[in-house]
Design a binder for this molecule. Structure first.
Ligand SMILES: [Zn+2]
Length: 363
């Protein structure tokens, strides 16, 4: 079974308004799930628009993350009030929680991404974390969301940092899937990898222009937010579980194990993971093009103000045994690192990260 895409997708300006008749048919007692205070006004608008459609609608907020504590609280609210759907309105953590909860309770999920930071509004996958934001595991869900509403007017209100993060996460589709899945003899997987290459090219061309001028009348912005929130999800849908993540996400998952006072976004950490993956390819797979890819990627990451070292994520790898902890988690038994076409051991990760953090990389 493979769920390629949400059943219905509304996109562009006023997509939310356009989706109302469909939502009203699907649900009578929805629960709106959200998190941050900066998206409160949008969730409030969603709430009132649904109220005006005579729906019996209520709010719930995540307290921490897409974690078991929050999931269990929200599940109880839904069961107590007999909600017949979840409308997840927010960033990746909110979308992942909403999808997971709806999957567990067998009710439909409607995703309303409020930034372009991930493709979580599209996919049939949820990443589960601890309440402190440490990655635990990803869970494959029964299907993609029932309805995805990708309203550009909503996306536009998000901080620019979320767009940069979304670009880094979408770029990872190509760098990771081409490495892990290029030998898989499945036409759909091969085509998904090719879409991710076109996606990468578009982001390399449009990413900076989109970041500098985040307005609807900027065609680069429109194409970039849709690339991050929609096309990246499509790649995952077509490629399915064979179109795997690799070192960049494995390193992301390991970095989240170190708790820091300042939280970084998913794609911000994945971006650093991508640079480390390229170093690993150079060292272990004798990839002569990796250095060129690093330079190309670094240039864009600097233009987008993205962190480019673990140090810039607020972690000194040479303190508190952090390097050891990151290497341990990266190489643990269930890690995606083992999908790489070459063997990677803990000592390789330690060597790559130590060299990477010591040298000031030049573009
Ligand atoms: Zn990701």
């Amino acid at each position: 079974m493979q769920s390629i895409s949400p059943e219905t997708i509304y996109r562009g300006n006023y997509a939310w308004q356009k989706s109302l008749p469909k939502i009203t048919k699907l649900t009578k007692t929805p629960l709106i799930l959200g998190r941050g205070t900066h998206t409160y006004d949008l969730r409030n608008k969603i709430f009132h628009d649904l109220k005006n459609q005579n729906l019996d609608v209520k709010f719930a907020n995540l307290e921490f993350d897409c974690c078991y504590e929050d999931i269990s609280n929200v599940k109880n609210i839904i069961l107590k009030n007999n909600h017949d759907s979840v409308i997840a309105a927010g960033g990746g953590k909110v979308l992942d929680s909403g999808k997971y909860i709806a999957h567990c309770l067998d009710i439909p999920c409607i995703t309303v991404p409020l930034s372009a930071s991930t493709c979580a509004g599209w996919t049939a996958l949820s990443n589960i974390y601890t309440k402190d934001g440490q990655f635990i595991k990803d869970v494959a869900l029964g299907s993609c969301p029932k309805i995805l509403v990708y309203d550009h007017k909503f996306i536009q209100t998000a901080p620019s940092r979320t767009l940069a993060s979304g670009i880094a996460d979408a770029l990872a589709k190509w760098y990771e899937s081409s490495l892990t899945s290029s030998t898989i003899e499945d036409g759909l997987v091969q085509q998904a990898i090719q879409i991710s290459r076109v996606l990468r090219d578009q982001l390399l061309i449009d990413g900076e222009k989109a970041f500098k001028d985040q307005f609807e009348n900027n065609i680069s912005w429109r194409n970039t937010v849709e690339a991050c929130g929609l096309t990246a999800g499509l790649v995952g849908g077509i490629g399915g579980e064979k179109c795997r993540t690799a070192a960049a996400h494995a390193i992301h998952n390991a970095i989240t194990q170190i708790i820091t006072p300042n939280k970084f976004l998913h794609g911000e950490i994945v971006g650093v993971g991508l640079l480390l993956q390229l170093r690993l390819e150079e060292m272990k797979n004798n990839n002569k093009l990796a250095d060129q890819s690093t330079k190309q990627l670094l240039l864009l990451m600097k233009q987008l103000n993205l962190p480019t070292t673990i140090g810039e994520l607020g972690i000194n790898v040479f303190e508190d045994n952090n390097l050891e902890k990151i290497a341990d988690f990266t190489c643990r038994h269930k890690s995606e690192i083992h999908f790489l076409p070459f063997e990677v051991h803990k000592k390789d990760i330690i060597e790559v990260i130590a060299n990477f953090e010591k040298q000031k990389i030049k573009i």
